[in-house]
Ligand binder design. Structure first.
Ligand SMILES: [Zn+2]
Length: 279
C-alpha cells in the first residue's frame, strides 16, 4: 500500500495540479469505493460543482478541502493510485472513480484490489472522524517532537520492528520503511522500545526523518509486491526502491559492514536487518 512518503509525494503533486479547479463530472464504477455514502449519487452530488481549495494529508489519508465547507477524504487502500488524465481519456479496467474539471483534465483513481475509500464530509470535524484517527502519531506532523517520541516509546513494551509497523503507534511506515529506519539507526529489530538509552532514541528519531525525507525526495517506492507498479500522479514509479540498504536484500552484503543481511521474524513480523551493525 502507499505509505507516508508516497502519499506525501502525491499530495504535493495534487496540490499543484488541482487546487483552484472546479469539479465538472464524477463517475463511480464500484459502489463499495464510496460505500460510506448510502448511494453512489449522494457522493457524486456532494462533489458536483465544488472547487478544490487545498489538499492536506492526515496519516495516509488525503483530504481535499472543497468550497462550501466540505472535504473529500480519500484513502488509496492496498494498491490504489491516482493519475492525471485528459478529460476524454478512456477508463482502464481497474479505474474506479473519474473526476473531470471545468477547466479540462481529469483525475482517475485506479485500484485493481478495490480497497480504496472515498467520501465527502463537513470540513469541521473531519479530523475527529473515526476513520482518520487510528490513534498513531504522524511523524511528518509538526507535533512529532523528540520528547514526544521518547515518551511514546517508553510507554510501550514491544520489539521495535513490531512497533514501527503498528498503526496504533505510528502512522504509515510499513514494513519496508521500518526496516530501513532501524538499519539507519543501527538498532536491532528485536530491541525493546522501553529499554533504549536516550542516545538510541535520538538515533531512531533522526533515522526516521532521514529515511522518510529521502524517500519523499526520491518520489517514494514503487511497490514491489503490487500487481501494478506503484506510480505517481504522472505515471512515474518512485525511485527509493533502488536505494534500499536491507529490505528485501537477504544474503546480500550490508552496505555498512559487508556482512550478509538476514531475514528473521520478530513477534510475528518479518524483519530484514544486519545482525552485525544493528545492536
Ligand atoms: Zn552491517
Amino acid at each position: 500500500m502507499s505509505h507516508l512518503p508516497e502519499v506525501e509525494v502525491l499530495r504535493k503533486d495534487l496540490e499543484k495540479e488541482v487546487v483552484g479547479k472546479r469539479v465538472k463530472d464524477v463517475s463511480v464504477k464500484t459502489a463499495r469505493t464510496v460505500g460510506r455514502h448510502r448511494h453512489r449519487p449522494d457522493f457524486i452530488a456532494a462533489l458536483d460543482g465544488r472547487k478544490i481549495e487545498a489538499v492536506r494529508r492526515r496519516g495516509t489519508w488525503l483530504l481535499f478541502d472543497l468550497d462550501e465547507g466540505a472535504t473529500l477524504c480519500a484513502h488509496l487502500g492496498d494498491q490504489g493510485v491516482v493519475t492525471r488524465e485528459t478529460a476524454k481519456a478512456e477508463s482502464g479496467p481497474h479505474t474506479q472513480v473519474v473526476v473531470t474539471f471545468t477547466t479540462g483534465g481529469a483525475l482517475h483513481l485506479v485500484d485493481p484490489e478495490r480497497t480504496s475509500r472515498l467520501f465527502v464530509a463537513p470540513t469541521d470535524g473531519v479530523e475527529q472522524l473515526e476513520e482518520l484517527v487510528p490513534g498513531g502519531i504522524d511523524p511528518l506532523s509538526g507535533t512529532f517532537t523528540w520528547h514526544a517520541f521518547a515518551r511514546y516509546l517508553a510507554g510501550r513494551h514491544a520489539a521495535l520492528k513490531a512497533l514501527l509497523v503498528d498503526e496504533s503507534f505510528i502512522l504509515g511506515l510499513g514494513d519496508l520503511y521500518a526496516d530501513e529506519i532501524l538499519w539507519s539507526a543501527g538498532l536491532a529489530p528485536d530491541r525493546r522500545s522501553d529499554a533504549l538509552s536516550s542516545q538510541e532514541v535520538r538515533r531512531l528519531y533522526r533515522a526516521l526523518f532521514e529515511v522518510l525525507y529521502e524517500a519523499i525526495k526520491q518520489g517514494g517506492t514503487a511497490d514491489l509486491d503490487a500487481e501494478g507498479e506503484h506510480t505517481d500522479l504522472f505515471g512515474e514509479p518512485g525511485d527509493y526502491g533502488s536505494h534500499l540498504n536491507v529490505h528485501g536484500r537477504a544474503g546480500e552484503p550490508c552496505p555498512r559492514c559487508r556482512r550478509p543481511v538476514v531475514h528473521t521474524e520478530v513477534e510475528g513480523v518479518g524483519a530484514y536487518h544486519c545482525s552485525s551493525c544493528q545492536g
